[in-house]
Design a protein around this ligand. Sequence first.
Ligand SMILES: *Cc1c(COP(=O)(O)O)cnc(C)c1O
Length: 356
Amino acid sequence: MDIRIIKSTTPSQKYRPKDSELGFGKYTTDYMFLMNYERKKGWHDARIVPYEPLKLDPAAMVLHYNQQVFEGLKAYSLADGGIGLFRPNKNIERMNRSARRMVMPELDSEVFLQAIKELVLLEREWLPTSAGTSLYIRPTMIATEPGIGIRPSEEYLFYMILCSVGAYYPEGFNPTKIYVSNMYVRSAKHAVGNVKTSGNYGPTLLVSQEAFMKGYTQVLWLDAEELKYVEEVGTSNVFFFINGELVTPPLNGSILPGITRDSVLRIVKHWGLTISERLISIEEVADACRSGDLEEMFATGTAAVISPVGQICYKGEDFLIADGKTGKLSQRLYDEITGIQYGLKDDPFGWRVRIA
Ligand SMILES: *Cc1c(COP(=O)(O)O)cnc(C)c1O
């Protein structure tokens, strides 16, 4: 596949942040990848161009009916000076699964990976090198055909932008405080909770804002039918370490199948710990808090990798978890996964993909 590269004729006007200033999602890079789809032509015109606003018809279907899918992965500066990706084929597969659900065209997985490689290599100066930093990659597909009236678009844009991002925990872990929503839900079974599509996220903002105003960092979502079973925390999957058993809810359709979730399950199995993908009710969690059986709780996702939970509020009652500190298993998993990602540890599963 030939990817045209159109270089800017003027020097970059963008501010180059120091690693300590990065934060998450503030600093996009100089270039982006674009590719168009039309039903009769298929995917065509793959190109890397200077980062700039997109030109969209105000009637573009994505703006009205949310026909959109996206992904999130990272490029890492490896210990030996190279550049690595972490299980990128999982993101590519998931994006194609999401696209099928949203009646959007699939992408060729080799072209997709090539686009990631070429864009990251072109932008390698934006890849920060201090511990925990990375280049966040955001592939996105949108329906661009103008038309008011709901039906699948016949034209799409696939684009990819990059962000220099900082260490999520520059001063060590800061366990989060979680608020259980027993009023609003994130997704119902047979809806699109297991699809990475933008429509799942806007509706969560109101509850997140409420939780934030009460002093909590994230929302824990329960199932839509009974408001009984734990599903996810914020935009992360969730794990409980209860009495030596590591529990996470099963992928029942309303939960996003996280790649970090899958990595945690595979690593913990490899370590020989007991893991269960099973329903876990919020009452069971509350009881385990009361009895002291809940040893640790953590959320998983590409952005923070492992995010320990120090406190949880359910029906007005606050429970402290692991004394509000980071548990041993959370720390060990964080060290293992980031060790593989940054080339600091062996990679027994073959997850690291070197691109430089
Ligand atoms: C992306 C996402 C996750 C985490 O997936 P990873 O592949 O581990 O980054 C979990 N839940 C939701 C709702 C998500 O959007």
